[in-house]
Design a protein around this ligand. Structure first.
Ligand SMILES: Cc1cc2nc3c(=O)[nH]c(=O)nc-3n(C[C@H](O)[C@H](O)[C@H](O)COP(=O)(O)O)c2cc1C
Length: 324
């Protein structure tokens, strides 16, 4: 058996009625739509199909545009039902609605492109989902292996359909990957039926160049923390930031833990926001030496360092742009 031979369970004969142009099916019993009452939810008054859709929406994904060329025309469709399958051989899978035009264009041997959209490509996602907004720019494509790929995307793959499977009202297309590329940037995300974006760890003071940051921290007072001692607790109001000079701290917030070493600045957002609670617990891992700089000290230092004050405003403005 060569590495591309599919396992035998993929070769089950099709039962039940075929839909014209649809790929082979693998199970008659699944051809009928599920009875709503068979889909259980704890809320008995809720529509189970709506609950099903919403439940699936809790799984956050990236967003891709799948492209093919038919009769020298490019056809693209937005899809988030994309997954990696195998590294060796390199395989991916996409799930395409049987009613989508793309479904009839894909079959064994056909090459398709997958463009992983970048955070700024929301309008392109809408356009390829059949809802172009006013003034949506014309998409531009790069061509690799005679396959169009959306320009400016975060990653590109070209694959050739090697198998297709019945997937209820969708069809599943397994593609053997022939070309891959990835670039820099942040991905467009889809979650709960809405576009989202990755929010990086908030940095304000620590995003300043060293020559502007050092004079601001010069007024700090050194403090020592024993193993397990908290530099700050989540929810407490914070009137100071800490620069870790020696040792390691563990930053804990719901669902996230990370250890950071010397040079880390913690508590830099709350110090700018009187009354705001700390967003994380920060605990010493072993002995820690840190520089504590209070809000009053920072205010005074900023008064004498207008370049640093201006740089901080620019940092905050760029973060605002990222989030809007
Ligand atoms: C974020 C997002 C993800 C989508 N994912 C898929 C998908 O994985 N599979 C699919 O068949 N349709 C998906 N769609 C819907 C299709 O993009 C949409 O129905 C498209 O208009 C179908 O193409 P057609 O109009 O050429 O038939 C998605 C839409 C959006 C906005």
């Amino acid at each position: 058996m060569s590495s591309m031979d599919p396992p035998s369970e993929f070769e089950l004969p099709m039962h039940g009625a075929a839909i014209a142009g649809a790929p082979e099916g693998i199970g008659e019993s699944l051809d009928a739509p599920p009875e709503p009452e068979l889909l259980e939810t704890p809320d008995h008054d809720a529509d189970p199909l709506v609950e099903f859709r919403r439940t699936l929406g809790m799984f956050a994904t990236g967003v891709t545009v799948i492209t093919v060329v038919v009769d020298e025309q490019v056809h693209g469709m937005t899809a988030n039902a994309f997954m990696s399958v195998s590294l060796s051989p390199p395989l991916i899978l996409i799930s395409i609605d049987r009613k989508a035009r793309l479904n009839a264009m894909l079959r064994e041997g056909v090459r398709f492109g997958v463009s992983v959209l970048e955070a700024g490509q929301r309008v392109l996602s809408d356009r390829f989902a059949g809802r172009p907004g006013e003034g949506t720019p014309e998409p531009r494509f790069e061509v690799v292996h005679a396959t169009p790929l959306v320009e400016g995307a975060l990653a590109h793959l070209v694959a050739r359909v090697v198998r297709s499977y019945w997937g209820g009202d969708h069809s599943l297309f397994l593609g053997r990957v022939e070309y891959v590329y990835y670039g820099d940037g942040t991905p467009l995300l889809f979650h709960g039926g809405r576009y989202e974006r990755v929010v990086r760890d908030p940095q304000v003071f620590s995003a300043l160049p060293a020559q502007l940051l050092q004079p601001l921290l010069a007024t700090g007072v050194e403090a020592s923390f024993a193993d397990g001692e908290a530099l700050m607790r989540r929810g407490e109001t914070g009137d100071s930031l800490y620069l870790v000079l020696e040792g390691q701290v563990r930053v804990e917030r719901p669902g996230r833990f990370l250890s950071l070493g010397a040079g880390t600045v913690v508590g830099e957002i709350e110090v700018l926001d009187p009354g705001a609670g700390r967003i994380a617990d920060v605990i010493a891992e072993g002995e820690v030496r840190a520089l504590r700089v209070t809000r009053d000290d920072l205010r005074t230092a900023l008064g004498t360092q207008p370049r640093a004050a201006l740089a901080l405003i620019e940092i905050l403005a760029s973060r605002f742009r990222e989030l809007s």
